[in-house]
Design a protein around this ligand. Sequence first.
Ligand SMILES: Cc1ncc(COP(=O)(O)O)c(C=O)c1O
Length: 373
Amino acid sequence: MHPVYALSDVAAVFSPALVFYPQWIRHNIARVVAMAGGPERLRPHVKTHKTREIVRLLLDAGITRHKCATIAEAEMLAEVGAPDVLIAYPLVGPNVGRLAQLIRRFPHTTFSTLIDNPEATRALSAGLAAAGVRVGVLLDLDVGQHRTGIAVGDAALALYELAAQLPGLTLAGFQLYDGHNNQPERALREQAVRQFLQPVLHLRAQAEAKGLPVPRLVCGGTPSFPIYAALTEIPGIECSPGTFVLHDAGYGAKYADLSGITPAAVLVSRVVSRPTATRVTLDVGNKAVAADPVLEKRVQLLDFPEYTVVGHNEEHLIVETAGAAAYRPGDVVYVLPGHICPTVALHKEVLVAEEGRIVGRWTVAARDRFLSL
Ligand SMILES: Cc1ncc(COP(=O)(O)O)c(C=O)c1O
């Protein structure tokens, strides 16, 4: 195990507990800033950590642009002083009114959001114009994930043109999020990016020829970050990785080209039972560590003999190992989450470790759906 995760005061640490290591958070931020060639080429996604303290570390590193998915995350970002916040999520229903309140409440933050549908764009415009405020809109382009977004082509151009004519909206660029582009080999990820980027750049040129500005292309997550970071010849690229800041066992195991990024969050767990000669049960159930990766990728037990995860209940993680005899109830096991973002959202507070000791707690403030708006 990397010695930096070991806590000299672990005997007093309740479990299961999620521990953040700011030293490695700062390291990861510095690493992506260096890879991107400067903080202005970054728009990190806040959803991974949802904490005010990490937003401050990002601001301290010179990162002024931020991305989020919820109104609560946007409110937390604005409260901390983030000057430029993209809510990268389609805002519909009462969330339009919440956005208008947010814009009024935080005049020093510039907000933007996504559009991918003419009717929803008209509703967004109507809601904001009625409230007397404006928002930047980015055309959400579907580059292959087929989750949200509009296909690159004439309808996309027509939607961007529509947005230019509607009150309350200001053209702010394109988003292209390629969550499906998750091939372990960097060359394949790069090939895919280069393929879908060509028609996007053509669309941008068409829009600009019509006098519609496309000041930025907000691109990708952590797996495709090294690729967009290297595309310095394309103006206005903003890379929007999220996971990198805490990183996890899932991305760590899959993407060799992310090797300079280090996990900065670990769970302290304890053995609670050894029900058979080959079985060890830990207290990191699915209410402490996210259950969306398949069982074999759900966690990585650090400094643990070869094992197979055979069960995961609300408060129990059950593993089979030939090395079970070495473990007693109460023994500490450090655990890397397979998927950090939903793991963080399971914890109201996280412990913070510096130089091998717990030094404080941070609140996962935007874990709540509702802060004040
Ligand atoms: C729209 C959008 N942008 C950026 C990200 C960040 O991606 P990653 O978690 O791979 O860093 C996500 C992740 O879900 C996303 O949905």
